[in-house]
Design a protein around this ligand. Sequence first.
Ligand code: PLP
Length: 460
Amino acid sequence: MRRSGGRARAAGADGGAAVTEPVDLRVADLHPAVDDPALNSMNFLNEVAQHYPDAVSLAAGRPYEEFFDVAALHRHLETFRRHLADDLGQSPEQVHRTLFQYGRTKGVVHHLVARNLAVDEDITVDPEAIVVTVGCQEAMFLVLRALRADPRDVLLAVAPTYVGLTGAARLLDLPVRPVAGGPAGVDLADLREQVRRARAAGLRPRACYVMPDFANPSGTSIGLADRRRLLDLAAEEDLLLLEDNPYGLFPAGDAGRLPTLKALDTGRRVVYLGSFAKTVLPGARVGYVVADQRVAGSDGAVGLLADQLAKIKSMVTVNTSAIAQAVVGGALLEHGCSLVAATARERAAYGRNLRHLVDGLTRRFPPDASAVRWKVPAGGFFVVVTVPFAVDDALLHRSAREYGLLWTPMAHFYDDGAPVDALRLSVSAVTPEQIDLGLDRLAALVADETARRGAAAAVG
Ligand SMILES: Cc1ncc(COP(=O)(O)O)c(C=O)c1O
């Protein structure tokens, strides 16, 4: 390695004392994305959490850890092994190869994913149109890589936007242009306006990223009529929709589930992104993409977008871990490929927590006596709380240090660096008792911060 020498200043995660160290490379000489706020966001939030391990975390959008079961891992593996032998007729040698060797790029549980989509989502899809990926994160990366063909290409994304999507787009030099989300989950007039504005500027909007069910971070869902209108608009404007759906199986209480865009899609407008992180286990790192769009080759032959994504995947992760797929495959098989059936306990717990959080907010911030506001989501993990002051990373540090409470500043989900007066609370990884404690601490922080701002304004 060539050593460039020189010295640079480095600061601790909490802005601690700067030190001078010899350096070999400079961030300025690496891909610009590595120094982008979108890529720093997850690291920053993880570092804060590690720095304050005893804080109550209403920040983490992780599944509840008490549901994890080591014995189930072994059982799922064995269930999948038997499926290979008994249902697919694989010889012992073939079973060994499937489980132990490098494997099919598009995955070995694609047929079970297709069955799951048919059973739970009423989506009919050729298993060949599915690529099983290393989490949904890789699925997003592959799709954006394939779509970004020209410097004029841009991605539209409903804002606020999941930071993993924004970060992946940055790595691929694909600018993201926000589309207003609003109370309906997507502002269709703004979407049309953004498409036209981009085209008028000589740009090519390749797709719009959208999360119709219990979105991260907004918690908002798109109603049925707007789902249909969104598909119509996509057809009129010749736009692909990237539908991300990690939380759709978690409606709260009696709230039902709406058909996904992909289930309503009759024109192959929707590329569907799936994750088993919240429904089976995140440690397996298994997700998938349904890409049934027909792609014409330079020789005139027509294939599936999934096959183009598989070529990219073969150069990124080669194939998704067969062991991880086997665990997920076994979990699917044990529930007739229905994750609705498999996640009844999780749905009840997350729904109970969401109600508990919303009731707790109402008690601590009564609407007639407080400027704190929130919208009640119909499900999912997240509630966005608007407060009467800007919420930034410094306030998160203070909340962690002085109040023992973690949450996520909403500014992390917008791309323009403008101050945002809201924070995201998550209910998935905590108990109702921890929610109570966290909300008591939030109420104290909000009172303190409101008083400080009031005092500063009086002095100013
Ligand atoms: C909206 C959204 N999309 C994608 C992902 C990533 O999913 P995976 O863990 O399968 O990569 C997450 C994870 O939290 C998410 O919230």
